[in-house]
Design a protein around this ligand. Sequence first.
Ligand code: 3H9
Length: 696
Amino acid sequence: MSEPQDLVVFSRDGEIGIITINNPPVNALSPGVPEGIAAGVATFNADPAIQAIVVIGGGRTFIAGADIKEFGKITSGQKSAAIGLVDVCLQIEDSAKPVIMAIHGTALGGGLETAMAGHYRVAVASAQVGQPEVKLGIIPGAAGTQRLPRLAGLPVALDMCVYGAPISASAALDCGILDDVIMGDLLQGAIDFARDKAGLPFSKVRDRQDKLTDAGAIAAARAKLEKRGRALLAETRAIDAIEAATQLSFADGCAKEAEYFKECLFSNQSKGMIHSFFGERAVAKIPDLAKDTPVLPVKSVAVIGAGTMGGGIAMVYANAGFPVLLKESTPEALERGLATIRKNYANTVQKGRLTEAEMEQRLGRITGTLTYDGFDAVDLITEAVFENMALKQQIFAEIDAVARPGCILASNTSTLDIDAIASATKRPEWVIGTHFFSPANVMRLLEVVRGARTLPTVQATAMALAKQLKKTGVMVGNCFGFVGNRMFGPYRREAELLVQEGATPQQVDAALYNFGMAMGPLATGDLAGLDVGWRVRQENPAHFAGVRQPVIEDRLVEAGRYGQKTGQGWYTYDASRRPQEDAFVTNLIQEVRKQNGIVPRAISAEETVTRTIYALINEGAHILAEGFALRSVDIDMIYVMGYGFPAWRGGPMFYADTVGLAKVVEKMKSFGWTPAPLLVQLATEGRRFTDWSRPL
Ligand code: 3H9
């Protein structure tokens, strides 16, 4: 382990002592860092030549917070729960010489808490500060909930601690977190600032009371959270801890914060969110792809198909700065596609999230076309026509004839065999699946599907491209539906069966919404288009042979009810797209029950959740054992990023681990299911998906 002096370096500029934190990549407060800062403050206090102290981060940032890896050690009992940062902050604040915190990059979580223990804070204009702990399912644990309201006032502190979004340097200056924004070199600016303050009296944030008057801020924060609904423990506790700052002494407030911090840290919500934080980063690492695999430059792209997906994908590329050729087969379809893109951008402008000029710039990057002219010059072509193998093969044969050597040929297929698509070309090594999720310009997931012959460099380029597009790429293997949709099938099938057996669509959707899903499964079907699944079922009867299939959804599609796009599906939609109960659907459900001799029974929310979510888990276990997902965390991230699975449950496989695999198996058996062999094996051995890797 590094010694504190390696992690924290002391130097001086005349009468100013400088403490530099060197713990790359983000200067997390790993063991040794807080102690190092405290030692620096003590050293400079003991040195009569020093009059003021500057604390600065080495490398690209100030301090990104506590070392999140340490939390797992605490909750698993490997380490004591005591985190010394509270005391270190007190030592900094008790310095007899003023401490100036110099911030660039981000001061997040424990980083901002350390900064608030200083007597002054200065930052470069691009810096951000925040208390993002809530996104890890915890609250600030080093007096952030006590010092921030004293420094910035209750409304700002509540917003920052309850929602976790960082704020800019200028906003931080406005609310009093920062004392100055430095325009030139940060260290020099901070040293000059320190010289100005040397010898002058200064105050401690913990002694301030002037901004703690409530005026309804706490009640307003609670009401706002209540209105949004489904509050997480950390969100609620962040408000409680800040309320404590208004009611108790600083020391007692800190004790209250510590109590809530521990409660949150040991909760499953926090474990799930920390799993999601590291999971998001873990999926970028492909074990069998050498780190030095060359990534090809992608500077221009073409998209085939200007429907919902193709148009959305064109927007994703345009948003990331790529010039895009967008091809359709008829002038009407092209015009419709381009009009939808313009409308989508205009909506974003209306919401204030894009300027008119930015919209025009992005639109200017998209060139509609009816021919393959110009396709010979692009670096990557994405096919996004509807799910039909013959059509896709025809298109791949056509682009194979026009694309330059070295051009990547990508398919946005959501289910079909990428090798069969690639077989229509003379270069299957250059073919890969890039499966975007609807709405493509919103959802963060990109399933990258490698075929049997896809070159490593093409795989690495697709993963790098995902990052450029601000997506999370997850590498998957080539099986029917890949990972996401293969699991989604049994999940939605179970939801439909529950309706057939007696639940209403509303009850099913509400149970899963209350579980934490962004939307219920039937409402999700309406959003994605019920015709998509219907087409898949029609085209691949062999895949569904022998599986009990519900019939209501097919009947809805046959009645022209495709979901939101036709205004009617499982629900009827008004102009603001709110789902309403629909008598047609209610009658259809009754008719189907009668035709199939089903006597409806009351179905509990618990049964609804276990049957649907366990269907996901069981299929996930098959996929894992078959090697189509690299690790269980890849499945988890696919579901969190692409299917609205709650990040605080960590993803379906992590959720199964938290329930306990033996319990999951037992429940599945009670449903009359056959649990996947891997699930049974791990349950028998008392193990978890999270720790399992396929034997080499
Ligand atoms: C806290 O502070 C609680 C306190 O109240 C104190 C309680 C006592 N720890 O994201 P990147 C790793 S809670 C450990 O790719 P970027 C990350 O895993 C904490 N590791 O870079 C990755 O590793 P790898 C509150 C961390 O430039 C590498 O650093 N703070 C931490 O896109 C690069 O990260 C937060 O929640 C950490 N704190 O984004 C901030 N942070 O290369 C969390 C990062 O092996 N961090 N790593 O995959 C972030 O939001 C982003 O990482 C940041 C940089 C914006 C800083």
